[in-house]
Design a protein around this ligand. Structure first.
Ligand SMILES: [Zn+2]
Length: 346
């Protein structure tokens, strides 16, 4: 039933502009740098430090989801094979604003263990024109963690909103200097090899955003060649932190299982990229580099976590990104976890 009472938020960027920025609709390409937070009408307000982390216990491990920022893409990026109206209807049906763009948080994760501190992905570093980011270091400081305190960095894949925050550098630049310089950086070899041999899906990205991807990949290569530890499915970074292979979003994309005692958290990372649109099986996402593989991976991991009733995390799910997954007639849906206030106050 169509809900005519839903107020559609007036977009700050017109649909035509959004498509143009992604090089869609047969229009000329524009610079994605034009997608700055201000042109997208986002607030530049920095949230209070107390909202920058969320604490959760998994057995003996103490975990913190760390807010890095918010990333915004034209709505069409969430379904390049369907009319925009289909995406808008899904958003409206789920009480979300159906404007020209979609904004999502960037949720980093720190796991404190007796064997060291593990960081899973590092956000944009504030360098992406599409993101209002760069809050990882400040929000880590608020819980007493300095960059030198990070012992392991899990790089789930090489997209700029996941590895941009690993490198020093100001706006729109990435240096070859590592921020977490005492940490062992881990990634799959399959993913690392895409730096020199990008997948067809990566090569098909809109030309306007390719230089941004290329820049961060070259920083990664310069900073981390011969320093990387390669991992594969089933490997444990330290006992209780296990790599799960979830290819498709990128060739060597991984998810992470964190387990201690009889509890577990499956960090889906970008195997499901949106808490509503990522579950719609007819949508093909722009940033899934191999869409059929991504769909097969999604089906497999969602079946697993729904069957096991696992706590899951999504890198771009609404803050703080924690949920369970429920099987429904049309597929799956996310069920956000209730805010655990007691866990925040120790
Ligand atoms: Zn991402």
């Amino acid at each position: 039933m169509k809900n005519t009472n839903v107020q559609i938020i007036k977009p700050e960027v017109s649909r035509r502009d959004a498509l143009r920025l992604l090089g869609m609709g047969g229009l000329a390409l524009g610079g994605l740098s034009a997608l700055s937070p201000n042109t997208l009408g986002q607030s530049a307000t920095t949230p209070a430090e107390t909202t920058g982390h969320y604490r959760v216990k998994i057995g003996d491990f103490e975990l913190f989801v760390i807010y890095e920022g918010t990333i915004t893409f034209p709505i069409q990026a969430y379904g390049i094979n369907v009319p925009v109206a289909r995406i808008g209807q899904l958003l409206t049906d789920n009480f979300l604003a159906a404007g020209a763009t979609v904004s999502q948080p960037i949720n980093c994760l720190v796991i404190k263990t007796p064997q060291g501190n593990v960081l899973v992905d590092a956000g944009t570093g504030g360098k992406a024109g599409v993101a209002d980011g760069g809050r990882l270091i400040g929000n880590l400081a608020a819980i007493g963690i300095k960059p030198s305190d990070i012992n392991y960095v899990i790089m789930t894949h090489l997209h700029p909103d996941h590895i941009g925050g690993l490198f020093e550098g100001g706006a729109a630049t990435f240096s070859n200097q590592l921020i977490f310089k005492y940490a062992e950086h881990v990634i799959t070899k399959r993913e690392w090899d895409t730096i020199d041999n990008p997948s067809p899906g990566a090569q098909a990205r809109p030309a306007a955003i390719q230089p941004f991807f290329t820049t961060v990949l070259q920083s990664a290569k310069a900073a981390l060649t011969n320093k990387i530890r390669f991992v594969q499915a089933g490997d444990q970074i330290i006992p209780g932190i296990e790599i799960i292979s979830t290819p498709g979003h990128t060739a060597g994309h991984i998810s992470v299982r964190i387990s201690s005692g009889n509890q577990e958290l499956i960090h889906l990372v970008d195997s499901v990229t949106h808490h509503v649109l990522g579950f719609a099986q007819d949508l093909r996402l722009l940033f899934d580099e191999d869409a059929p593989t991504a769909a097969a991976t999604r089906a497999k991991i969602l079946d697993r976590v729904a069957t096991d009733r696992s706590l899951v995390m999504g890198y771009h799910f609404p803050w703080p990104g924690l949920a369970h997954i429920r099987k429904i007639a049309t597929g799956y849906e996310w069920v956000p976890t209730a805010w655990d206030w007691a866990a925040q106050t120790k």
